[in-house]
Design a protein around this ligand. Structure first.
Ligand SMILES: Nc1nc2c(c(=O)[nH]1)N=C([C@H](O)[C@H](O)COP(=O)(O)OP(=O)(O)OP(=O)(O)O)CN2
Ligand SMILES: [Zn+2]
Length: 121
């Protein structure tokens, strides 16, 4: 049996989008309450009943959230122009070695705007 396992996290951070045209509101520093969903897919170990312990996802995310939460995203290497598309790719590169079966990352910038990424670079 195959399944998809998803864990959700939240963090607050500030950013600017310096590549946008002069006058665009997102060139000004502002913040978001980000939500991010990390999904892995794989075979369910029938002896236990799970793909793997979702604590493994939490453990992989912990240092990344510590780095980002209440921070200024543009100061973080790889996030100099932090759109949600680039943030999703940044998380993917940081997580893929630790999370077998990493399948999708969905990052919400606002309640109505999100980016989903499946590792297609
Ligand atoms: N493709 C993307 N578009 C935008 C991104 C992004 O990362 N990828 N980011 C932004 C800004 O970060 C902006 O701060 C988002 O806030 P806002 O435009 O206010 O978002 P809303 O959902 O509130 O927009 P409304 O259309 O006013 O509802 C912008 N675009
Ligand atoms: Zn923004």
């Amino acid at each position: 049996m195959r399944a998809r396992l998803t864990k959700e996290f939240r963090f607050e951070a500030a950013h600017t989008l310096p590549s946008l045209p002069e006058g665009h509101k997102c060139r000004q520093m502002h913040g978001h309450s980000f939500k991010i969903e990390i999904s892995v897919e794989g075979e369910v170990d029938e002896s236990i009943g799970w793909i793997y312990d979702h604590k493994k996802i939490s453990d992989a995310m912990r240092p990344l959230l510590e780095q980002l939460d209440h921070g200024y995203l543009n100061d973080i290497p790889g996030l100099e122009s932090p759109t949600i598309e680039r943030m999703a790719a940044w998380f993917w590169r940081k997580l893929e070695a630790d999370l077998p079966g990493l399948a999708e990352i969905v990052i919400f910038e606002t309640p109505t705007a999100r980016c989903s990424f499946k590792g297609e670079f």
